[in-house]
Ligand binder design. Structure first.
Ligand code: TXD
Length: 321
């Protein structure tokens, strides 16, 4: 079987880690594209020279030409500026929409059959714009946010309960912004509700609720927490790892059920918008969106998040994108 080809548009912090992880996992040959001359070539040379010591056979190539992405099975886009301290993701809209426009045109012309995962912020708007410019079918255009937001939530729960993060399942739905919706009621440790374990730990329902609330708030602000510490950019190790989990599910047709920024055609009562929802990811990209029952409080929070996404998309339309 021929190797898969994965192109990464944007060779910055996340792009570099993506290239390294994909090579180490041997998911396929990697092309790292950036507009900065020599930088992607330098990074991929460095990553590639570890082939012997790590033990991988896939090839990793850096480029400044879109022609090199031809024939890609999968493309991951990180092109765009990251946040600086004090900025919200939405503050990046104008700058990154311009960048996304040129990227979408480059991808449409050179790799029209690829499945595309977008990471650039503001995420929900960038996915919407990419889909609009390329006209690619909805199943082949998706965004990464929920896997990371959910990993953050699950990891905080694992640290708090002193259990392996591998046994914690916790999902975050909605847009990739401050209105995201961590689903407390569904959070569990190998099936045991996380709230039940917290109540046993503290022997006090109110205290358990306070601790959970703090973890929910930390999850919502987790991106900003990292930005504040790094000062020069935003999180990149965990976003890259999250996109690789999605890429692997698609490339190996694992059909994992992961929260993804997916196009809704009536699911969750939403039509024609990209929102973070549970989705089955396989060889056809987003193979289906999975609905789940929400109580009134959860539905209200999700509606609020969906409205924030709609407003962002309207702002983008008004700016002429
Ligand atoms: O979970 C998520 N979705 C995210 C998203 C989590 C963290 C950060 N997230 C966003 O990803 C972040 O807000 C940014 O919008 C992107 C990329 O973050 P990264 O940390 O990798 O940013 P860098 O290091 O600045 O890299 C961006 C690269 C840089 O090398 C630029 O030269 C390049 O993008 N760039 C371009 N590449 C191709 N084409 C064009 N036009 C272009 N313009 C800039």
């Amino acid at each position: 079987m021929a190797r898969k080809k994965i192109s990464l548009i944007g060779g910055g912090q996340i792009g570099g880690v993506l290239a390294q992880l994909i090579a180490q996992k041997q998911l396929g040959d990697v092309v790292l594209f950036d507009i900065v001359e020599d930088m992607p070539q330098g990074k991929t040379l460095d990553i590639g020279e570890a082939a012997r010591v790590v033990g991988f056979d896939v090839r990793v190539k850096g480029t400044n030409s879109y022609k090199d992405i031809a024939g890609s099975d999968l493309i991951i886009i990180t092109a765009g500026l990251p946040r600086k301290p004090g900025m919200s993701r939405d503050d990046l809209l104008t700058t990154n929409a311009k960048i996304m426009k040129s990227v979408a045109e480059g991808v449409k012309e050179n790799a029209p059959n690829a499945i595309v995962i977008i990471i650039s912020n503001p995420l929900d708007a960038m996915v919407t714009l990419f889909k609009k410019i390329t006209g690619f079918p909805a199943n082949r255009v998706l965004g990464q946010a929920g896997v990371l937001d959910s990993s953050r939530f699950a990891t905080f729960i694992a640290w708090e309960l002193d259990v392996s993060a591998k046994d914690v399942n916790a999902m975050v739905l909605g847009g990739h912004g401050d209105t995201m919706v961590p689903l407390v009621r569904y959070a569990n440790v190998n099936g045991i509700p996380a709230m039940e374990m917290l109540e046993r730990k503290y022997k006090d329902k109110t205290k358990a609720e306070e601790v959970m609330k703090a973890m929910v708030e930390r999850t919502k602000m987790a991106g900003g927490e990292v930005v504040k510490l790094l000062k020069t950019g935003s999180a990149f190790y965990s976003p890259a790892a999250s996109a690789v989990a999605m890429a692997q599910s698609i490339l190996l047709d694992e059909k994992r059920l992961l929260p993804a920024c997916a196009y809704l055609s009536g699911e969750f009562g939403v039509n024609g918008y990209y929102v973070g929802v549970p989705a089955v990811l396989g060889a056809n990209g987003v193979e289906r969106v999975v609905e789940l029952s929400l109580n009134e409080e959860e539905q209200t929070a999700l509606n609020k998040s969906i409205n924030a996404v709609k407003k962002l998309v309207e702002d983008m339309d008004r700016l002429g994108f």
